[in-house]
Write a protein that binds this ligand. Sequence first.
Ligand code: PDD
Length: 279
Amino acid sequence: MMVYLNGELIDEQDAHISFDDRGFLFADGVYEVIHIYARHFFEWDRHMARLRRSITGIDLPDIDRTALTKGAEALLEQFNGEEGVLYLEITRGVQPRTHSFPSRDVPPTILMWIRPHQSFSDRMIGDGVSVITVPDDRWAKVWIKTIGLLPNVLAKEKAHKMGVFDAVFVRDGMVTEATSANILIVRQGVLQTAPVTNYILPGITREVVLEIARDQGIPTLLEPFSVEDMYAADEVFLTGTTTEVLPVTRVDGHMIGKEAGPMAVFLLRELRQKANSVS
Ligand code: PDD
């Protein structure tokens, strides 16, 4: 597999990153994950806009986005699938370990790769998944898409140990998001999700799904909801780049529904149709 590392397309065997890289030492970096549908990057511009905000959020010098886009396109040319994901990571570069920033002339480390994407099976989507709730013990700048994902990793592992698909974070009684996806509920035909604050990642899929809903005349509500609201919802589902729209049919053992709800099924179909028709 070819990867992009610091401006070059090279074989993965030749891609080496220093143990002094600040991404390795401090999780001092940001990332993006972009879905490739029909050999096109889905919502490239929005991902780049969020990347720019993350870069600003950790006070990294801005990067050459034209070169980055060219690199991603070159990687895509090498990729011989229809559907995949691009992973993109930027760290504050290499310097012997010290907390303070390196001087501004230390270049960032920029890594990108594309791998095939395996969608969830129709059965999993049809049956929906189970989740648990966990305290949201992440920092207060969740809006930055940082590679420091230990709370997310630990929460996901806890879910797996309990035999369920994912964990949903709860802060002060209110639901924020899942470990790598946003969460939405449906109550009496209204699609509701937490508003964008510093406590959630502003998901691109969430945004697109909300736009689709509004275009279709589905009422939407950007208001926080509680764990009890979620237990009592008509539908619960996750949205994300790799998750797409994934129905949740059980939360902390409470049944939400026997199978995927109609809103989730509809929004998944519309999302895929939109994603596959962009040229
Ligand atoms: N995660 N919330 C969190 C905490 C996430 O990590 C993600 C994405 C999302 C959904 O955002 P988007 O729709 O833009 O993918 C919400 C990526 C896919 C990951 O970490 O692999």
